[in-house]
Design a protein around this ligand. Sequence first.
Ligand SMILES: Cc1ncc(COP(=O)(O)O)c(C=O)c1O
Length: 402
Amino acid sequence: MKYNFNEHIDRYGTCCAKWDMAEAYFGKKDLLPMWVADTDLRCPDEVIEALKERINHPIFGYSRPDDEVYEVIIQRMKNLYNWDIKKEWILFNAGIISGCHIAVRALTNLGDQVVIQTPVYYPFKKVILANGCTALENGLVRRNNRYYMNLEQLADMFKQTTGFGGNIPRIKATILCNPHNPVGRVWTKEELLEYGDICLKNDAVIITDDIHSDLLLNGNKHVMLPSLSKELEQKSITFIAPSKTFNVAGLKASVAIIPNDQLRMQFAFIQEAGYGTPNVLGMTSLKAAYMYGDQYIKDLNAHLENNLEYFTNYINKNIPELTVIEPEGTYLVWVDMARLGMNPQELAEFMINDVKVATDFGYVFGPGGETFQRFNLGCTLDTVKECLRRLDNAVSQWRQKK
Ligand SMILES: Cc1ncc(COP(=O)(O)O)c(C=O)c1O
């Protein structure tokens, strides 16, 4: 291990959403922040060095990717996923949610429908609604504490009629989250093929958000959906970014890969109408992270596995009221607290006032999330232990009051 991810780094006073904003957001002092999907872990040394070098140049004008940036992305797709992509398929955005806005705007007209699979990263729904469309929620199915896509229901959604007796197809796109935030599934090749097949048959574009694709736990392997067939390649928009893995989300740089010429043109047309491109430091960090970050990813995933094992074992042994849904990817853990018998509001208040840990409340991820909390284990093991101490105390007191 080159990196020691158990070093505590004080993030207060760095304009940091997770730590500096917690009090204002939750209305309570001294919460332990386990919300917001970034990590408390230092960036790779090579990223910091590249940023310092760039900062030494005294001008920060508009940025554009150089050839090395394209090359490092092309190589990455080839090496990790055996996916051959071309330079002209690659576009750059100031973040994936910004990219999703562009995609939905480019693919839909007012009143069209876009499918998401709930519970899911909640900005997807906001993006759909903000662009005048309807979000169709194809709820995931939970079996033995593992989640699956409801592919039968997805197929049925395409059969529904809209308007008075008219069967006007209004589902223009589906958004896939792979690995899935918050339930932590890394979708298998078979699942992706089946999902993709339904979308292809119904002429819906697949927007696939693979932002967490480097964060793979316990031997799980990531498959890029468009690498599975030429048809899927032509009908998809894939987003990747270094932001989650290398903890550079604040630098705002992400990548859209769009093999189909027509789709890419539609996307670029909207992007050029005012959506941002990455900032120059984002571009610098992306290049360094993708060039030199392999060891970092190995060490990070080993650290996350260790945190997860500790967290899960502790809860299973000491807090049997809670059920940990073990993630296959991401540093996010979806925990079912249904046995505490609280409604979503009561559960949120319990987390803030009794547990004193800031989490992402499950209900905001949509139907199916009401009894859950999402914990972020992208932190030191000491923070995980402190979180468990607080959780254990609060649940013990709840037991006594029962
Ligand atoms: C699945 C997913 N997509 C996108 C984002 C946000 O990406 P960005 O900051 O690049 O907009 C997040 C952050 O939590 C995420 O979990």
